[in-house]
Design a protein around this ligand. Structure first.
Ligand SMILES: Cc1ncc(COP(=O)(O)O)c(C=O)c1O
Length: 368
């Protein structure tokens, strides 16, 4: 039918975001809802970023700088990479989409892990590419050997979320380096480092380190998490110049808006806010892990701003019971792991609410 949408769209599942606070307020009549479902920064944005937004509020009738020159300069100084190796996006989500558009032809294959970030799967489906999903290993880490075995002559893109969403795990630096060395000329290896600044492990090998050493990989980062600008939508991609040029060809000219560009530059400059965000996160991960372990869950070591926990039962009922108490978390079923939950770090008060609600729900279910 000439009027039908492309057949590959049938494979695209609509993204299921964390339930918005307003919806929970309406549905359950609860005023003080705690949302620990979208890996946002509970501290809120840097005051410097807020100031930058205020200063530009009366200039939004003008188009943004299509080249995002100031933001790229700031990133270039920080990353020690030339601007020609940096591309900015309307969130890193958009850059994942651009990678699919830039590199995939129908019939190519994409290798990614499961459970992992679902936008990689969408990029493959949209291009009518074959999606090869490789289960994480027993420690909820990417199984690089199995991913390598899934690569063949048709493979154009390999996505590795490092740290991974939803598990918070990282791959060993030595294993990743060896994987890159063996496969960088066979396919485009994308290291999605959305939680980069939170990760303090000595075993964390970054895309920027690999690029500086002359390796060919793509790195993806975002201002949504540690820099707390999720609502503005700004992220960036780094890589070898020829690959960045390919993505630049498909980039919408004004994809990062005026306020987002200015706020991102200001946020990059605010070391103090970054340090505080990391401290709050460190404390939050410890506390969340202890709360969940205290309730009998297996908790995986997280290098991000959320914890992945596995219970000896299906968690849909638990998530719903928490929701009725005004606490929103992520159930594992959307990731194909019905016994798991993912809980984002919140403020001390928010974690207190989570602890109390979880205790009540667990007691209730023990009685039932
Ligand atoms: C692994 C990973 N990549 C990318 C993103 C997208 O981030 P954004 O589009 O807000 O930059 C997320 C968001 O949760 C994520 O977890």
């Amino acid at each position: 039918m000439p009027t039908s949408p492309r057949s590959c769209l049938a494979n695209l599942k609509p993204y299921s975001p964390g339930k918005p606070i307003e919806e929970v307020q309406r549905e359950f009549g609860i005023r003080d809802v705690v949302k620990l479902a979208s890996n946002e920064n509970p501290l809120g944005p840097s005051p410097r970023a807020v100031q930058a937004i205020r200063e530009l509020a009366d200039r939004v009738h003008l188009y943004p700088d299509a080249a995002a020159a100031d933001l790229k300069d700031a990133l270039s100084r920080r990353l020690h990479l030339p601007k020609t190796q940096i591309c900015v996006g309307n969130g890193s989500d958009e850059l994942i989409h651009y990678l699919g558009v830039s590199f995939l032809n129908a019939g190519d294959s994409v290798v990614a892990a499961t459970p992992s970030f679902v936008r990689y799967y969408a990029a493959a489906h949209l291009a009518d590419a074959e999606l090869r999903l490789v289960p994480l290993d027993g420690d909820a880490k990417h199984d690089l050997a199995a991913m390598e075995a899934a690569i063949d002559d048709t493979t154009r893109l390999v996505f590795i979320a490092n740290p991974n969403n939803p598990t918070g795990t990282i791959v060993s630096g030595a294993d990743l380096r060896a994987f890159v060395e063996r496969n960088q000329d066979r396919c485009v290896i994308v290291l999605d480092e959305a939680y980069h600044e939170f990760c303090e492990s000595d075993d964390y090998l970054t895309s920027s380190t690999l690029l500086e050493a002359g390796h060919r990989v793509i790195g993806l980062r975002t201002f949504s998490k540690t820099y707390a600008l999720a609502g503005l939508r700004v992220g960036y991609l780094i890589g070898p110049q020829d690959w960045v040029e390919a993505v630049e060809r498909v980039r919408e000219p004004f994809n990062v808006n005026v306020l987002a560009q200015a706020a991102a530059i200001a946020a990059l400059d605010d070391e103090d806010h970054l340090r505080k965000s990391m401290e709050v996160n460190r404390r939050g991960i410890e506390r969340l892990s202890a709360i969940l372990q205290g309730q009998g869950a297996k908790v995986y070591e997280s290098h991000a701003n959320f914890v992945w926990a596995e219970f000896p039962f299906e968690t849909a009922g638990l998530c719903h019971a928490l929701l009725r108490r005004g606490v929103v978390i992520r159930g594992g079923d959307i990731f194909g792991c019905p016994n798991c939950i993912r809980v984002s770090v919140g403020t001390d008060e928010e974690l207190q609410r989570f602890e109390q609600a979880l205790e009540e729900v667990m007691k209730e279910s023990a009685r039932a």
